[in-house]
Design a protein around this ligand. Structure first.
Ligand code: PBG
Length: 303
């Protein structure tokens, strides 16, 4: 009766990884229980999510081919765009959020276009905006840029507005740290950088005030909601964001957070359900309005 924070199914967002083909369902080695799926299988998972009371899914795509400039990122017939349309038909009441980034589409695995060994911020913006537009055209409700280029929220907002998609919202990965916890995701999205790292565009784990500046900039450029990522090692940032800004704050319990719990549970060292509930509750207590988590299906099934 006096409990201050509760976890409910409505707080959860389920990530999906979509690959070309049909009938494909391939488990990710470092993320037991998480799969790369073709559009047909991913649509079935989306229907399951909706039936369990989960309000939204977040889509990541792996293209047929990758190149230096991520040419396939804005194809109308790409796996993400096709899945957006398929979910729109099969489960129209499920919110569809799409991840907007180039690292899944570039052969070098970086989140933007390259100039020599460096990521070129400004030339990347137009490519991201076209990717976001292709998602909007397919019927995405919310686009979520995760690349961390400066100025991308503003560019995406103006392209969406010009093309008549002013109703499509932007969830910006505003405070995204350069984290070792993304390791398993890079297997899932086949997006590991082929050289160097992401320190030039993702945030230094030592910085908190900078996260507030990043969030302020993204809101200023038109973001409707902001995200802190990863979640558990950055609960202070979630709280500070919630106290500082009057907007919805999301937290992403990332792949490494998932794998860590799964591995310990498999070894019999931790009780998976207890730990999952405790971590998700702590993320909510820190101030997150909703949580992106690979545990969404299993937790919603229990709640
Ligand atoms: C793409 C992106 C990443 C994640 C979400 N979008 C990985 C990265 O920056 O390398 C990580 C999600 C996870 O670890 O679960 N830029």
């Amino acid at each position: 009766m006096v409990r201050e924070t509760r976890l409910s199914r409505e707080d959860l967002v389920l990530p999906l990884f979509v690959v070309p083909g049909t009938g494909v369902e391939k488990e990710i080695g470092s993320m037991p229980g998480v799969f790369q799926q073709s559009v047909d299988k991913a649509t079935d998972t989306a229907i399951r999510a909706r039936d369990l009371g989960i309000p939204a899914v977040l889509l990541f795509g792996i293209p047929e081919k990758k190149d230096a400039v991520g040419s396939d990122s804005a194809r109308a017939d790409g796996p993400v765009q096709t899945l957006v349309r398929s979910i729109g038909q099969a489960v129209p009441d499920l919110l569809v959020i799409t991840d907007v980034c180039l690292c899944e589409y570039t052969d070098h695995g970086h989140c933007g276009l390259l100039d020599g060994q460096d990521v070129a911020n400004d030339p990347t913006l137009e490519v991201l905006a076209q990717e976001a537009l292709s998602h909007a055209r397919a019927g995405a409700d919310i686009v979520a840029p995760s690349d961390m280029m400066d100025g991308r929220v503003g560019r995406i907002r103006s392209v969406l507005d010009e093309e008549g998609f002013d109703h499509v919202a932007i969830l910006s990965y505003a405070a995204k740290y350069c984290s070792g916890f993304y390791g398993p995701f890079r297997e899932a999205a086949e997006s590991a950088p082929q050289f160097g790292d992401r320190r030039a565009y993702q945030m230094d784990p030592g910085n908190a005030a900078e996260a507030m500046r990043e969030i302020a900039m993204d809101l200023d450029e038109g973001a409707d909601m902001v995200m802190v990522k990863p979640a558990l090692p950055y609960l202070d940032i979630v709280r500070r964001a919630k106290d500082t800004f009057d907007c919805p704050v999301a937290a992403y319990q990332v792949s490494g957070e998932y794998s860590m719990i799964k591995a310990a549970a498999r070894a019999g060292w931790l009780d998976e359900q207890r730990i999952v509930d405790e971590t998700l509750l702590s993320i909510r207590r820190a101030g997150a309005d909703f949580i992106i988590t690979y545990f969404a299906l299993s937790v919603a099934g229990r709640l």
